[in-house]
Design a protein around this ligand. Structure first.
Ligand SMILES: NC(=O)c1ccc[n+]([C@@H]2O[C@H](COP(=O)([O-])OP(=O)(O)OC[C@H]3O[C@@H](n4cnc5c(N)ncnc54)[C@H](OP(=O)(O)O)[C@@H]3O)[C@@H](O)[C@H]2O)c1
Length: 369
């Protein structure tokens, strides 16, 4: 199979990962139609939002003519698409990437389940329908490495989920439930794969990222001195992956039928340590606020001033990503990367420097506040 001649359908293209997936697919040259699902915003139609994303990209006008924008919402059956749109998808689409999700780590149980679990249920129903009535051949699902739950010591294998996970937030639990549905559908014969990135951050060479989300707001609270105490250990690691690696690995692996039915940890096997980030920050940006790392075993929330307690509570859903309990097997990914000619990303101090520089240059992290 070559990716170019296939009709492709993507959800979540206005998000961080989805927009890079879309650009990358379009930049791969002339090929089949690329259908995308988007929601309208208060000010812009779904169509206008997606065109805006491509405004400053290298994607030529001719290539953009492959793009077909469908307005819909994953919380609705068939994403709320009408019979005409469903006919088009049935006629043209061989590969379906379900990327859309609510990624807020502070999201409510109801919202996370409605969008992540409900949305994936609708995606699977649609995939089954398109496989039976149309030309759909493959379904690719973006899960997360943290679907295994980040709050207990556990070595997560790629082709399973723990029977008794401990979650840090409703994002994780809803992604666990959603991945469970996808696994069941794959076991019952739907052909597809599951991609599980860890924390997606900026580009490996430039640090560029379209939206500072997930881990970035957390870093900002510390860099701007809003919270000074971080309950973790300097030697604890945090698993970040550059966005270009995630996109390239998922797209290339998805082309290989020998990997159907598998899940892939798109993580770094050598994650940086908290101490490295703090050192890099001190070397390059000594004016960013100081962070005091406190052993979680001796940390007490009550020792914080009331306003700091409030901020700490907002951060608690993130702490699972810094406590080093969840680790990741990468056997499937290692085999697949070798096959597609990629390597695991380098995420040491030079990469941290690149990420910090981009965030400071863009004015997201301000050195004197
Ligand atoms: N970023 C990470 O660190 C990371 C790590 C591991 C896994 N992942 C997974 O990768 C995928 C993409 O993550 P991301 O960081 O790119 O997320 P993101 O930036 O938050 O974008 C989420 C996307 O989903 C769309 N969406 C949300 N609710 C929707 C709905 N009801 N109907 C239609 N579309 C809806 C959003 O559309 P609007 O623009 O309309 O809101 C947006 O396009 C997710 O499945 C996530 O779980 C991400």
């Amino acid at each position: 199979m070559t990716i170019d001649r296939q009709g492709i359908f993507l959800t979540g293209v206005t998000g961080t990962l989805g927009q890079e997936m879309l650009r990358s697919l379009l930049e791969r040259g002339a090929g089949g139609p690329v259908y995308v699902l988007a929601r309208s915003s208060r000010k812009l139609s779904a169509e206008a939002r997606v065109h805006k994303l491509l405004e400053n990209s290298a994607v030529s006008l001719q290539t953009r003519s492959r793009l077909k924008i469908l307005s819909g919402d994953v919380t609705l059956p068939n994403f709320g698409l009408g019979p005409e749109d469903l006919d088009l998808l049935g006629r043209d689409v061989q590969r379906f990437f379900h990327i859309a999700a609510l990624t807020s780590l502070n999201g409510s149980k109801e919202d996370c389940e409605r969008i992540n679990l409900g949305g994936t249920r609708h995606a699977l129903d649609l995939a089954q329908f398109l496989a039976a009535k149309g030309r759909l051949e493959r379904f690719f699902y973006f899960s997360t490495a943290y679907a295994a739950g980040s709050r207990q010591k556990y070595h997560s294998r790629e082709d399973e989920l723990p029977a008794q996970p401990v979650f840090a937030n409703f994002y994780e639990s809803s992604k666990y439930q959603a991945e469970t549905l996808v696994r069941a559908a794959l076991a019952e014969g739907l052909k597809g794969m599951i991609f599980r990135p860890s924390i997606v951050v900026g580009h490996s060479q430039t640090g560029a990222v379209s939206q500072f989300n997930v881990i970035y707001p957390f870093m900002r609270l510390f860099a701007h001195g809003m919270l000074r105490i971080l309950p973790t250990r300097l030697e604890n690691s945090f698993n970040i992956v550059p966005i270009d690696y995630v996109v390239e690995a998922a797209l290339r692996i998805s082309e290989h039928d020998e990997f159907l039915g598998r899940a892939f940890h798109l993580v770094t096997p050598e994650p940086p340590m908290i101490g490295m980030l703090i050192e890099q920050k001190l070397e390059d940006y000594p004016d960013l606020a100081e962070v005091e790392v406190v052993d979680p075993a001796t940390f007490s929330r009550e020792s914080l001033a009331p306003e700091q307690q409030f901020i700490y509570d907002m951060l608690s859903p993130y702490l699972g990503y810094l406590n080093d309990e969840l680790t990741f097997d990468t056997s499937n990914t290692q085999t697949a990367l070798q096959k597609v000619g990629l390597s695991f990303p380098k995420t040491g101090k030079p990469f941290l420097r690149t990420l910090l520089r981009y965030a400071v240059d863009q004015g997201y992290l301000v050195t004197k506040v």
